[in-house]
Ligand binder design. Structure first.
Ligand code: DGL
Length: 261
């Protein structure tokens, strides 16, 4: 199984891409809904949660882990990589690769949770690839709760997105990285507010393709992955709201299983 985790709904955007690019491979998803959001927590706490989530998915039979959470990816990649033998994928590098390849002017905007933006990991990775780049980052802490609440089309959500994006618009970014896996769920609003001349980068398909490439290049790992087209969804707190928004994202009915932490 391919194990995927996030603090809640956001990682489903990555799960959806993996189910499309790797159709037939079994996946197991964990959304840590009892402890969401991660983006307002300290790095130490997020590392602790990421370790527990990874351990849980491996215990359930995952053979590959995808941290479908920028916050966890920005602070926990090293620790997770050093603590487990299984291959672990993060969502930041694929987004940076896409953005640095696509930006014409090198003026790149990044939006993410407070923890992700404070980690500076995007800026560091962008400048490693394009030392000429100018990176403008903005933490958007209200967006994750709005998505978790299912406020996907409300005028208040539009207004908040507009306010967050204003400074990046002023800087004339030509590329905007959605540095949080919850944000693709608001991609239409974000696209409208940042303007159609800006390329909006969502790394979910790039991450799925990276996993696919890895599996193709490592047949011994591919042979350990079950392929019955099954998907299991675990959460640490079951709510009707989560189920409804998850079904909207996946365009499918799902059964939620509870993990009592
Ligand atoms: N979707 C996650 C991310 O990509 C987590 C957001 C949160 O829990 O604050 O950062």
């Amino acid at each position: 199984m391919i194990g995927i985790f996030d603090s809640g709904l956001g990682g489903l955007t990555v799960a959806r891409a993996i189910m499309t690019e790797l159709a037939g491979y079994d996946i197991i998803y964990f959304g840590d809904t009892a402890r969401t959001p991660y983006g307002t927590k300290s790095p130490g706490t997020v590392v602790k949660y990421a370790m527990q989530n990874t351990g849980f998915l491996l215990e359930k039979g995952a053979r590959i882990i995808v941290m479908a959470c920028n916050t966890a990816s920005s602070v926990a990649t090293e620790t997770i990589g050093a603590s487990f033998d299984e291959p672990v994928f993060e969502v930041i590098t694929p987004a940076v690769d896409l953005a640095t390849a696509r930006s014409r002017t090198g003026t790149i905007g990044v939006i993410g949770t407070r923890a992700t933006i404070n980690s500076n990991v995007y800026e560091k990775k962008i400048l490693e690839r394009r030392p000429d780049a100018r990176v403008y980052s903005r933490a958007c802490p209200l967006l994750v709760p709005l998505v978790e609440e299912g406020w996907l089309k409300k005028p208040e959500t539009r207004m908040i997105v507009k306010k967050y994006l204003h400074p990046l618009k002023t800087r004339q970014v030509d590329t905007l990285i959605l540095g949080c896996t919850h944000y693709p769920i608001l991609k239409d609003i974000i696209g409208q507010k940042i303007g159609k001349r800006v390329t909006v980068i969502d790394s979910s398909t790039a991450v799925a393709n990276e996993v696919k490439r890895f599996i193709t290049e490592n047949p011994q790992i591919d042979s350990c992955l079950s392929k019955n087209g099954k998907a299991r969804f675990f959460v640490s707190d079951i709510t009707d709201r989560f189920r409804a928004t998850a079904q909207l994202i996946l365009k499918n009915r799902i059964v939620l299983e509870h993990v009592p932490w």
